[in-house]
Ligand binder design. Structure first.
Ligand SMILES: [Cu+2]
Length: 170
């Protein structure tokens, strides 16, 4: 009675190890792909969770140190939605998320990043509001922003300071 199951387990052994190795290899390549930054991706949704990348970030040079605005685009190539919940930066003691409806803006607790879609923060639209700056940043300076999300890991970016009247070309 005992010999038979043992034989079966031994026979299954290498097969299971092979399968485990394949799963591990898959997990590693997925991790490497995620680490390649905006990497272009394959453009397809991946069913499960959000897959975020950030582009086009800039900070117009603020006229004073009391307030600055930040703009960027969060792209989601994954099949799950996410939310931008907060942003932190050494430049400001406080960063709030502002949603703009028409000409009125209001502070919100999060901004949605739809599945297979994007969150665009742009001049005249939704934006980041930085208050109580540690200094007035110069054009060309790079400011570190850390973006925090409801689901995805935080994303750290370097945001270039542009002239006060700068508008991105599209
Ligand atoms: Cu605002």
């Amino acid at each position: 009675m005992t010999a038979e199951p043992v034989t079966a387990v031994t026979a299954a052994g290498p097969g299971i190890r092979k399968a485990a190795a394949a799963v591990l290899a898959l997990a590693l390549s997925a991790t490497l792909a995620a680490c390649s930054g905006d990497g272009g991706g394959d453009g397809k949704g991946h069913g499960g969770g959000p897959e975020l990348s950030v582009s086009g970030a800039y900070l117009p040079r603020p006229p004073m140190t009391d307030m600055a605005a930040g703009f960027l685009t969060v792209r989601n190539t994954g099949g799950g939605a996410d939310e931008l919940t907060s942003v932190t930066t050494p430049l400001a003691s406080e960063v709030t998320l502002h949603s703009t409806k028409g000409t009125r803006m209001k502070e919100v607790s999060s901004l949605g990043v739809p599945a297979n879609g994007r969150l665009e923060l742009s001049s005249g639209g939704d934006h980041l509001m930085l208050t109580k700056l540690t200094h007035r940043p110069k054009v060309g300076e790079k400011v570190t922003f850390t973006l925090h999300f409801a689901t995805s890991d935080p994303i750290e970016i370097k945001v270039p300071v542009e002239p006060t009247t700068y508008r991105p070309k599209d």
